[in-house]
Design a protein around this ligand. Structure first.
Ligand SMILES: Nc1ncnc2c1ncn2[C@@H]1O[C@H](COP(=O)(O)OP(=O)(O)OP(=O)(O)O)[C@@H](O)[C@H]1O
Ligand SMILES: [Mg+2]
Length: 337
């Protein structure tokens, strides 16, 4: 099986060169007391492949959900080709943004072809009565939809499996089917959430070619991935999210050369790190408490010897606590899913 990524046809939803496709400004998403995304700005221009990376729990998928109407951002604004997006998923898809999901969402008991046909529903103009009466207009539209769906399956290399049930496809092919279904809505921007998760190196390479081919059809791409080789090979620009905030954005060399990015992935603290203010406050409070304790000890010299053993014990506890805190402070560790 090979992927037919040789097509140079322009996609129906293609964007004019130079146009800003996506313009997200100050996007913030809070869940109760947790701020999952904080004041993120991001643009994607026509012809670009932009990467979004960051440790587990950094807020990448939440940000995607804010772009696609699944969540209404607590603050901020998202524009697609200059227009503010409506806060409903199907309206966002109709506007021209399509996506795939980190946890594959296919209709498992439908065929491969039917899954792609479902993806076309925002683009079919035949109305309710046409579908009920099944007149010539309906049959013509249905044939056009099937032809387009088969074309997309050929594009991702799954046309020979069009009649298979989606649930019988291997994992890597299910991810490609999700891409075909997303393309069926004829988008101008495609959002991919971890498109190579669970793929072998060969499948990852094919997916890389597929994404370049999608870009060449005039569809801009924003992609989340943990596979750094994939991201840095593919992307014109990469933005790094850490604890909900955009830490760095730039070309591959800029991002790879930024030591804060490495530190964030390793969970090491660094100056001005997102969340660093809160950590500093906690440290200051702890230092203050320690100073007060030392002062109390000095005031009661007689008790010094008796307390020595206890202090040693407390120190051991504090060291253990500090070790725990370091682990917890590693961005996203508690959200490792
Ligand atoms: N619906 C929700 N309600 C409450 N908290 C949520 C919700 N969705 C996400 N979160 C929290 O928001 C934070 C960001 O999660 P998100 O899934 O966006 O991270 P991610 O960067 O996509 O991580 P990963 O790389 O593991 O997929 C996490 O702390 C997560 O638990
Ligand atoms: Mg995610």
């Amino acid at each position: 099986m090979t992927t037919d990524t040789t097509t140079k046809d322009t996609a129906p939803g293609a964007t004019a060169p130079g146009e800003t496709v996506l313009d997200a400004r100050g996007v913030t998403m809070r869940f109760g007391g947790l701020t999952a995304v904080r004041g993120v700005d991001l643009t994607v221009n026509a012809g670009e492949i932009v990467g979004l990376i960051g440790p587990n729990g950094a807020g990448k998928t939440t940000f995607f959900n804010c772009l696609t109407g699944l969540y209404v951002p607590t603050e901020g604004e998202v524009r697609y080709k200059g227009n503010v997006l409506p806060p409903k998923s199907f309206k966002v898809t109709a506007a021209g943004i399509a996506r795939t999901f980190q946890n594959i969402r296919l209709f498992a008991n439908m065929t491969v072809l039917e899954n792609v046909l479902v993806g076309r529903h925002t683009r079919t103009k035949e109305g309710f009565w046409s579908a009920v009466l099944r007149g010539p207009g309906f049959h013509k539209a249905e044939k056009a939809s099937r032809d387009r769906a088969m074309e997309l399956l050929r594009f991702v290399g799954l046309d020979h499996k069009s009649e298979h049930l989606a649930r019988n496809l291997p994992y890597g092919e299910q991810r490609k089917l999700e891409i075909a279904r997303a393309l069926a809505s004829e988008p101008g921007l495609l959002l991919l959430d971890e498109p190579t998760a669970g793929m072998n190196p060969q499948e990852t390479r094919t997916t890389e070619e597929l994404v370049f081919a999608i870009r060449d059809m005039g569809i801009a791409v924003l992609v989340i991935e943990h596979d750094m080789r994939f991201i840095f090979n593919l992307c014109d620009r990469v933005a790094v999210l850490v604890q909900g905030e955009k830490l760095v954005e730039g070309d591959s060399a800029t991002v790879q050369g930024d030591e804060r990015v490495v530190a964030a992935y390793l969970g090491e603290p660094f100056e001005d790190a997102p969340g660093a203010e809160e950590v500093a406050e906690v440290e200051a409070a702890e230092a203050h408490a320690e100073a007060a304790e030392a002062h109390a000890e000095t005031a009661e010299p007689d008790a010094e010897a008796a307390e020595a053993a206890e202090t040693a014990e407390t120190d051991a506890d504090t060291t253990a606590d500090a070790a725990d805190t370091t682990t917890d402070a590693a961005p996203g560790k508690e959200n490792d899913r």
